[in-house]
Write a protein that binds this ligand. Structure first.
Ligand code: C5P
Length: 279
């Protein structure tokens, strides 16, 4: 069976507070885009490979963890081989690993005929990673709690997305550790953005995008993120923001030619630049 795993973007990311379990309560508007990994899943003996040699293929890989979580939750002894052709940049804030895990859960549900609902699959996914439940459902959604409390939203109007991943890694736990919730000054207008989605107003939704992690980046990282946002806006993006814990930056465009121009300009400086659409 072949399955597509779509990348996610954070149209908003807000941190509401630190929890006793060490996680943070979040409020995020999520959106899937056409940039995707392809998984091939066949009955087998639990082997796994990817086209990126540096990725772990053992139980450290979220796809393997998802298969194990599915077996535990359903009692099904379904051993599969998983082959992943990765296109979603790794450690980029686009939930690539979580989306692969979600695709494994959906595929095993079909292959075994277990008949679980998307909500039941999302619940199994929560044990694998905070973004996995959203990736099971996809589309446009509000994610709260650790990321696992989900509410479907009216879809973001169709648009062109330019995605640019600068070549430095950001550690998600380290970035969370730098956040002092009381000191967050600028927050996204989540309600305003949801109201814009309800009206189908792309420009207004794009204008309200923001990610509170941008404010806690080291200054030189912050200036690089800001510079990429400026190129996107210069080229005609309706809005631009960082996604997840970064470092990927994206812009939304209602004009295909402007999006291509932004992609070309950023490609002069960055290797990982993509043109995508909303899903
Ligand atoms: O759940 P996941 O393994 O994806 O989370 C990675 C790390 O990100 C956690 O160990 C935690 O440090 C941080 N995190 C958090 N609050 C969340 C989600 C993740 O603090 N809601």
């Amino acid at each position: 069976m072949q399955a597509l795993a779509y990348a996610k973007l954070n149209l908003t990311l807000d941190i509401l507070g630190k929890r006793e379990d060490g996680y943070h309560n979040l409020q995020m508007v999520m959106q899937s885009i056409s940039l995707s990994d392809t998984l091939t899943i066949t009955p087998g003996s639990g082997r796994m490979d990817t086209n990126l040699s540096y990725l772990p293929s053992d139980e450290r890989n979220l796809a393997q963890l998802a298969a194990a979580a599915f077996r535990r939750a359903t009692g099904q002894d379904c051993q599969v081989d998983i082959s992943i052709d990765k296109h979603i940049p790794v450690c980029a804030g686009m939930a690539g690993g979580s989306s692969d895990a979600a695709a494994v859960l959906r595929a095993l549900n079909q292959l075994t005929g277990a008949g679980l609902t998307p909500e039941q699959l999302a619940k199994i996914g929560a044990a694998v990673g905070s973004d996995v439940p959203y990736c099971v459902l996809g589309g446009t959604a509000l994610a709260e709690g650790r990321g696992e409390v989900l509410q479907a939203l009216p879809p973001l109007p169709a648009c062109h997305v330019v995605v640019c991943k600068p070549p430095f890694p950001i550690s998600t736990p380290q970035l969370f550790a730098r956040v002092d919730v009381k000191k967050i000054v600028r927050r996204p207008d989540t309600r305003g953005l949801i109201a814009a989605l309800e009206r189908g107003d792309l420009a207004d939704a794009a204008r309200r995008m923001y990610n509170v992690f941008e404010d806690v980046l080291e200054p030189r990282r912050r200036s690089e993120i800001d510079a990429i946002k400026s190129v996107l806006i210069d080229c005609g993006a309706l809005g631009a923001s960082m996604t997840g814990s970064g470092p990927t930056v994206f812009g939304l465009f209602d004009n295909a030619q402007a999006a291509r121009q932004a992609q070309q300009r950023l490609s002069e400086q960055y290797r990982e630049v993509f043109l995508a659409e909303t899903v």
